[in-house]
Design a protein around this ligand. Structure first.
Ligand SMILES: [Zn+2]
Length: 283
């Protein structure tokens, strides 16, 4: 089944950022806004940025900026070109396909383990997918043209990005199998665990509307699935906030695809330290 996007999405533009900066001064929220940059390379949560050598980081740093995003902020629309590439810090980016009737179906997600905008590695700015911010939070970005140049010059970053590209392709393949085979409750548990891995807290923002888009079902189906997990005492939720109460129980409730994806990322990227410190690793 398909689901219509429930919320009008905000497009990211330079004007948005300047408006947001002005709004921040007046205490009003306008979505995307500039956030304080990490003091050191090691202070990044993004695995790629904190894993590259100091000399490679120094070449990127003048071009990096950190912003704070809200749920459903639009990063790039399908059929348009990237202006930036994105390194999620505490946020999660969703890569979705927009159908002709306007429905959005998730193809994959990118969190702190990787980068959104892999076309920069291959020299193509064209996006076949729509990218939205699903779990709100911090994200570092760099202009696309700068990224294309620097990725050719920075061997460690390029190697990590190649490995991440492979893990992302594997993630999309697993999602195809998962959507065709596994129950909604188990898929819901899988997605919640994946989001939990990429945040710094046991509580994160994720509305039923967003989760419905992620799982390609109608909102009523998500309410039922999340209700089943809540009834088992594994999660709590209210007003768009999810609280993971029993991480181990949620792992038992999830389909095999969660562990497969996590093991694959850890194997390809070189460790399980990418994820939430309190996660009960299955690798
Ligand atoms: Zn599955």
């Amino acid at each position: 089944m398909l689901v219509k996007p429930a919320t009008r999405q905000k497009s990211e533009t330079r004007q948005d950022v300047s408006e947001a900066a002005a709004a921040a001064a007046t205490g009003k929220s306008h979505g995307v806004r500039v956030a304080e940059f990490p003091a050191t390379k090691d202070a990044h949560r993004n695995f790629l940025l904190r894993s590259i050598p100091d000399e490679e980081y120094a070449q990127l740093r003048p071009h990096l900026e950190q912003l704070e995003y809200e749920s459903l902020d639009l990063l790039v629309e399908a059929g348009e070109t990237y202006r930036y590439v994105y390194f999620p810090e505490t946020s999660v980016v969703s890569v979705v396909r927009r159908m002709r009737d306007g429905a959005l179906i998730e193809a994959g997600t990118v969190g702190r383990e990787g980068m959104a905008g892999l076309g920069a590695l291959l020299g193509s700015a064209w996006s076949q997918s729509t990218l939205t911010m699903q779990v709100p939070g911090l994200c570092v970005r760099i202009p696309f043209d700068v990224a294309v140049e620097r990725f050719q010059e920075l061997p460690t970053l390029r190697s990590l990005l190649q490995r991440f590209t492979l893990s992302f392709i594997d993630q999309v393949g697993q999602a195809v199998a998962c959507n065709g085979r596994h129950s909604l409750v188990r898929r819901c548990a899988r997605w919640l665990l994946s989001a939990h891995d990429r945040t710094d807290s046991d509580t994160f923002v994720l509305t039923h509307d967003v989760l419905a888009q992620m799982l390609a079902v109608r909102r009523a189906g998500v309410t039922e699935a999340a209700g089943a997990l809540k009834a088992k005492g594994l999660i709590k939720y209210s007003r768009g906030r999810i609280v993971v109460k029993d991480r181990a129980g949620l792992e038992e409730a999830a389909c095999e695809c969660y562990a497969i994806n996590r093991e694959n990322i850890a194997r390809l990227m070189g460790g399980d330290s990418i994820f939430h410190a309190t996660s009960h690793a299955v690798v």
